[in-house]
Design a protein around this ligand. Sequence first.
Ligand SMILES: C[S@@+](CC[C@H](N)C(=O)[O-])C[C@H]1O[C@@H](n2cnc3c(N)ncnc32)[C@H](O)[C@@H]1O
Length: 343
Amino acid sequence: MRPSFILQLFSIVFAASTCLAQDKSVNPDINKSFQKPDVSTFAERFEREGREVYDHREEIIEACQLKPGMFVADIGAGTGLFTRMIAPRVTDRGQVIAVDIAKEFIEHVEKTCQEAGIKNVKGVICTSEATGLPDNSVDLAFICDTYHHFEFPYKTMRSIYRALKPDGQVVLVDFDRVEGKSSEWILNHLRAGKSTFVKEIELAGFEVAEERDFLATSYWIRFKKSNRKADSDHTTDSVDDVKRLLADGTAKLIDVREEGEWDAGHLAAADLVPLSMLRGLPAEQLKSKLADQLPKDKIIYCHCRSGGRVLAATSILEKLGYDIRPLALGYSALVDEGFQKAE
Ligand SMILES: C[S@@+](CC[C@H](N)C(=O)[O-])C[C@H]1O[C@@H](n2cnc3c(N)ncnc32)[C@H](O)[C@@H]1O
């Protein structure tokens, strides 16, 4: 078969699958009150005695171990309570990037910083899907009382992952939601508790590095980057994780076997991306070809016949910036695990 035909076939398969890919907000109403927020009302609500993270703000920031020169992103900066505390600690050698979906909050943070003579704060208005921060630019992403507002947690956390330097870290502070223990407000306001959020953040490429226990209704956790790989270099993600993330549109599955093998039988959920094609195209050409076809904001699981070729495909796609995760299980093993065969 001519290579141009293989490429055409590849394009068609991908075009069809990306159109079908669906992403839904995990909590569509959660940010309603932050559309055109009345900033003074929220400043009174966020910066008042009795709010646990306000009462413990010094301990929360102390535990972050900020140092002069650090670049810290305050994700979901709100009215700027923590941005203004972080700024002097990183000094003018460093910077706080106040990130929020609400323009009104960012304008307020910039104005209050200017009034207080704080010069090392920059505001960034982001989308609910991604922070938009430049790659490899941040030492610490600070997320207080905001993770539960993320409507697209994987996409937002991956945008944070990319923005973090290799030894960059995340500090997460959020309400713990415990059935039978938490207040009615917490039970109604949060979609899930600590273990779910930690699992989601781990799946986005992090691992827990430290946990502090000084808050009564919230938790403080530091994460560092993790490669989520076993000694064999295959992903440590479980089959159940893979199934769930494919089902909710967070992930895509590619089959890196060759066309003849694909024709003899393939998984309904997979797209064909032959390893020979990945190897055959020069990096720049491959990059622009895949740009329209392979989403950078999804986990890309890949399988082959028996777990060997996926490692070669991974090293190619990793260099192009994909969150590519090679499965040790090959085609037949995945069928045995309940993945549907294509008709
Ligand atoms: C409850 S407030 C917390 C504000 C601040 N961190 C504090 O603790 O005082 C949550 C903030 O997250 C922002 N937010 C919601 N979704 C976001 C997202 N995907 N990315 C960045 N900010 C977001 C909201 O606009 C709001 O300012």
